[in-house]
Design a protein around this ligand. Sequence first.
Ligand SMILES: [Zn+2]
Length: 680
Amino acid sequence: MQLQNTCTVGAIAMLCSRVSLSGMQAAKRLTILLVIWAASLSAQSARKPASQPDVFLVTIDTLRADHVHCYGYGPIQTPALDTLAKDGVRFTQAFTPSPITNTSHTSILTGLLPSTHGVTDFAVRLANTYPSWAELLKKQGYRTGAFIGSVVLDSQSFAPGLDRGFDFYDNFPKVTHSKSRWGRLERRGRDVAQHAENWLSTHPTGPHFVWVHFYDPHDPYDPPPPFSQVYKDRLYDGEIAYADSALADFLAYLKKKGWYENSVVIVVGDHGEGLGEHHEETHGIFLYDSTMHVPLIIKFRDQREAGRVVEAQVRTTDILPTVIDLLKIPLPERLDGESLVSYLALVGTPETTGRAAFGETDYPMRFGWAPIRSVRGEGFKFIEAPRPEFYNLRSDPRELTNNYVPWDAIVQKFRAMLSDLRSKMPPRSPSAGSVSQSTIDELKALGYLGRADAGSSTNVPEASLLPDPKEKIEEQNLLHKAMIASEDGRSSEARTALEKVLELDPKAPTALRQIGELELHAGDYAKAAEHLKHAREIRPDDATAAFYEGQALQGEGDLAGAREALEASLKLTPAQFPARLLLGQVYLGLKNLKAAEDQFEAALLMQPQNLEAQLWLARAQIASENFVEALRQLKPLSKSQPNNAEVFELLAQGYSGLGKREEAERAESRARRLRKNQQP
Ligand SMILES: [Zn+2]
């Protein structure tokens, strides 16, 4: 299996990327090649940019192939997907290389495996090394727009660089005061479709490349009516049925505009959902088919090949190479996938051989567990983990009987493929950059652990020495439950789940930190400090636990303890604004005025306009009788914050420190007036 493709003509790529062809096969390929080459020449001479088809990519999050009606699941209605399959080609065996949203989407949008594009974690920037789908099409004169359903694909926070090549990328608002998930963390599918339709209506001149992302089937499962009623005992299915209705909405719009016929429409799942199989409730930890097998439907221009069903194993990394092939545009330097056109009858007898599908997940490392790799092909799956697994998918499609023995020939072949793959991967960049606390909080609200939560994943021990996630999956389910419950304000439920984790493993650092955080927010500082201290003993490089411990100790009045914890946290991750601000206050309480000023100044370097930090710096300056500097700090604030009583109170203190009684009294009375107005 070839991973590095150096062909430069799109149509030839799929042919030159195969090895060990028999003589007959080679002759057939040559014929096909000539047909494509001739077709491409005539197409290129006849084509004007406007005749290029629109390309619409719809990704449906967390969509298991076996929960879609046209994939044989009776108890659900998915009429839009079913109709699209009738108009297009349905791939019954399509696999994602990653069970995590932003990693798998990056693979779809680049045609690259996660280890190649490097986005194997939240908030890792997509490097410029390889062009993305939107960039390639924009270069061909396409108008490009992206419409996302979850903040996890927001290019300002979790998915930096994913907006490259898009004329418009529908990010979430930077600041929202809403507590609701809707509009802050997620958008309903119909809203996403509406955003895309509005944009298309105001930018009608094509060709378009539009990516629409429906996040609905992702947990927590909360479909709107009537789906919440119809599927009340199967809310996951209800979310899928609702996402299908959003797809119906979007396809109806394309038909109304007369754009459907001439367009290429692709619908694909980014990954599946565990639903309790292998004890995995959601996704991200394992590489079983429950989370890796996704639906893939491609409707071609003029409904060519309508109704075809392809049963060969293919990958979501093959989608972009297919589009490149169809549009006859130059191949980028590297693609890990290959065009799917060879599976169609467009160019002769369709190919039937499946392609090896690699799987990767580093998400277990967040919890301190080993990462997992897999190879699926020839009816078998090999899973590389501390306790390796090997399944015969023909006799055991649910992957229930582990037949791993190291001397099995296919095990050895697949293991060699993984090691070959590793040797071809670009070196990993050691740091993903630091993630802000608000980003980590949002991630947690979505049920995921942020990088800073689990400490640095770059200095973990050798992967094979880490626990096998199979032994830890119950903990992960409980941690996930606790994160979602605490986001919804159900703190006693969250506490119960976390206590259960600690029963399973009293030293589980993530649970200790989360329960500490829960007590901190509940105002039980002593309990919080105790849990957080314990968490830090187990994982001394956890900057977040140290920050929370500092908060708890400050709440308790233990300023010396708070200083130690906050300094430890900042030593691990220096650019933490809230920790700097708090440490400044702790120093102020300890009467170390110079150190307090240093911290507030450091905070202001990060956020120069932050009012709270400016006021704290003025307080520290007044406390150290540096009235001139304090006034220099406060005077501009009296203009920009004319209704802030605090500003005028501090001004009064500054003036009176300098003996300017008249100005001090004026500021004082202004502060009094403002305070009075503020009273209810
Ligand atoms: Zn996802």
